[in-house]
Design a protein around this ligand. Structure first.
Ligand code: C5P
Length: 221
């Protein structure tokens, strides 16, 4: 059995950072499932496909040429779409918005499922997303669901965008986070919700280190 830790939660809750730190500490592989949905969104945009054309979306999902390679310092994973490095484009709100729309198409989710499950390799995996503990790795040994107030998450998102050199307006970021929450929670297939057997951590008042400490405790049991 490969040990798997799933970290699910809404946009801007800090899942990505916590997942990366825990994976490094454990020496485990890392799956940023949002990056797969975002890369898919970029492919859809590049091919100028109408996002309501589910047949065309399915074709793109079947042929998605996607690779994750460690950065020179080994700290992060760069994402390559059709051989081109696209990591920073993927982080934009525009791509996040398209990703969340096409993530509601159940055929797309099914086609991307195996690609995500293939990340489970020894010595272990930390997988972050929306449905890691409920669908993709339903038998994972360790499951966490991170939450935080919507204002706090919008604040964090704004700071992250500014750090990456993208301008951001709080009211706009807040509206985007709320819209994304609504879509992610209300979709029929794999909606965002805590797994029955997960530990829920409200991170609103916690630092990243404090969240990591709580998460590490459940892996050690
Ligand atoms: O986590 P991130 O913001 O990168 O994800 C982008 C979008 O991809 C989310 O808003 C969500 O709609 C979708 N997603 C998903 N299931 C996942 C990961 C991401 O539906 N496991």
């Amino acid at each position: 059995m490969i040990p798997i830790l799933t970290i699910d939660g809404p946009s801007g809750v800090g899942k990505g950072t916590v997942a990366r730190i825990v994976a490094q500490k454990q020496g485990w592989h890392l799956l940023d499932s949002g990056a797969i949905y975002r890369a898919f969104a970029l492919a859809v945009q590049n091919k100028r496909v109408d996002i309501t054309d589910t047949d065309a979306l399915e074709k793109i999902a079947q042929k998605l040429d996607l690779e994750f390679k460690p950065t020179a310092d080994g700290e992060l994973l760069n994402v390559y779409l059709d051989g081109k490095e696209v990591s920073s484009i993927l982080r934009t709100e525009q791509i996040g918005e398209i990703a969340s729309k096409i993530a509601t198409v159940s055929a797309v989710r099914t086609l991307l499922l195996k690609r995500q499950q293939a990340f489970a390799k020894p010595p272990g995996l930390v997988a972050d997303g929306r449905d890691m503990g409920t669908v993709v790795f339903v038998n994972a040994a360790f499951k966490v669901f991170l939450t935080a107030s919507v204002t706090e998450r919008a604040n964090r998102r704004l700071k992250q965008l500014q750090k990456q050199g993208h301008p951001g307006i709080m009211a706009q970021v807040l509206a985007e986070v709320e819209r994304r929450d609504r879509r992610d929670c209300s979709r029929q297939h794999a909606p965002l919700k805590p797994a029955k057997d997960c530990l829920i951590i409200d991170t609103s008042e916690l630092s990243i280190d404090e969240v990591v400490t709580q998460v590490m405790k459940i892996i050690k049991v």
